[in-house]
Design a protein around this ligand. Structure first.
Ligand code: DP6
Length: 399
């Protein structure tokens, strides 16, 4: 028997992936670029056990067994990693024949799935990274990212820490469509993020089907494809130069363009809601007040905002969001904002102080419009945990 436990981080794109040129291999229509957020705050944790007695592959997700017989994307990840393991076993007859064993996978997120935060990227990255560890594959991360990509496109970027590009590639077989690290997390440690979880009861259009609808119906998407290469180059340079104003402007423009092609999709797709739009207005007002870029927002396929900002501005930004988007009446303070980096440690009262920005700019939203604030940072790629951290028993069942 062999087993391994790993965690993988969430990544939030600043140049968005939206559109596939090949839906089977998951090949994108454009390059994208993301920032990897700290696993200390948000991660997927996955344990995998391979045993000769397991007659099928099984998955437990957040405590519940899932039927994966029709989960093609997971099977792609199993098939690709097994093929690499089999080649090793054929070369070296002394290796245990793990490629012939079934696997049991147990995975959980340390954030509530109900919060609507993207979990497919961290989840599939954790799966593929753990499989590579289990099979002891001598593979570099970019090559492994081609497999993670087939689980979920954005998962390929979660195999690296720091600042990560997913190169579209030109080949039809996807061999050159992979993630590469632009810079490690240590390159720009002052860059931080505030995830604003925006309440949204309804289940929206999934990324997978939404982006396909955009490709099929949005004429504006052609303009996006014309614009993105220049933005990729400018964003890469902004990151290498640690140029926050350039980074901020491009991040917001790209998020806005992504949501514009969603609106241009026919019938239209709406991911932003009134609270999201309030946050957009507030960040622009805040930047204007300071006469420069202090913060940047970005939104994925849902209403949650991710605000990127240098560390020195974060306290003010948290005060600002808290003021305009206060907690719901029944939400305890430490659920709304747990202050993991102790920003308000010496000055707890200032959390409740109104910020300096003109309160006339936007109304104060009803309590609970933003349900929680998660303060996080740019950080490292997947981690291997100790055997004692396993989510599976020695028999390969959830603990
Ligand atoms: C808006 O990676 O979830 O978050 O490849 O179909 O699994 P599939 O889509 P997915 O799409 C993510 C889209 C996005 C932008 C991004 O992360 O770049």
């Amino acid at each position: 028997m062999a087993s391994v436990t790993c965690t993988a981080p969430v990544n939030i794109a600043v140049i968005k992936y939206w559109g596939k040129r090949d839906t089977e291999l998951i090949l994108p229509t454009n390059d994208s670029l993301s920032v990897t957020l700290s696993q200390d705050i948000l991660h997927s944790k996955t344990s995998i056990s391979a045993q000769a007695e397991f007659d099928q592959d099984r998955l437990w997700l957040n405590g519940k067994e899932e039927d994966i017989t029709k989960n093609k994307r997971m099977h792609n990840c199993f098939r690709e990693t097994r093929a690499l393991r089999r080649a090793m076993e054929e070369q070296d007859g002394s290796l245990p024949k793990l490629s012939t064993f079934g696997v049991h996978v147990c995975s959980e997120n340390n954030f509530p799935t109900a919060a609507g935060l993207a979990s497919s990227a961290s989840g599939l990255a954790a799966l593929v990274f753990a499989l590579a560890q289990l099979y002891k594959l001598p593979i570099d991360m970019s090559d492994l990212s081609r497999i993670a990509r087939q689980g979920s496109g954005s998962a390929c970027r979660s195999l690296f820490g720091g600042f990560v590009a997913w190169e579209t590639g030109k080949e039809d077989d996807g061999s050159d469509s992979r993630a590469v690290q632009i810079a490690p997390d240590t390159h720009w440690p002052e860059l931080e993020a505030l995830v604003c979880v925006v309440s949204d009861k309804k289940k929206g259009t999934s990324s997978t089907s939404g982006m396909q609808q955009t490709i099929e119906s949005s004429p504006l998407m052609q303009e996006r494809l014309r614009v993105v290469p220049g933005r990729m180059a400018a964003m890469t340079q902004a990151i290498l130069d640690r140029d926050f104003p350039a980074f901020a402007e491009l991040t917001m423009q790209d998020s806005n363009q992504f949501h514009s092609v969603c609106l241009d999709t026919y019938p239209p797709i709406f991911y932003l809601n009134d609270t999201s739009r309030g946050i957009i207005q507030l960040i622009h007002a805040y930047n204007k007040l300071h006469g420069g870029y202090k913060a940047a927002y970005t939104f994925d396929a849902g209403p949650n905002a991710v605000i990127y900002a240098p560390k020195e501005n974060m306290k003010e930004i948290i005060q600002l969001i808290h003021h305009y988007f206060p907690a719901g009446q029944d939400t305890p303070r430490d659920v709304y904002f747990s202050d993991p980096y102790q920003v308000f440690q010496d000055d707890a009262a200032s959390f409740d102080q109104p910020p300096a920005v003109n309160p006339e700019v936007i109304p104060i939203y009803p309590g609970g419009s933003v349900s929680r604030l998660l303060h996080t940072k740019v950080h490292d790629g997947p981690r291997v945990l100790a055997e004692s951290d396993s989510l599976l028993t020695a028999e390969g069942l959830p603990k």
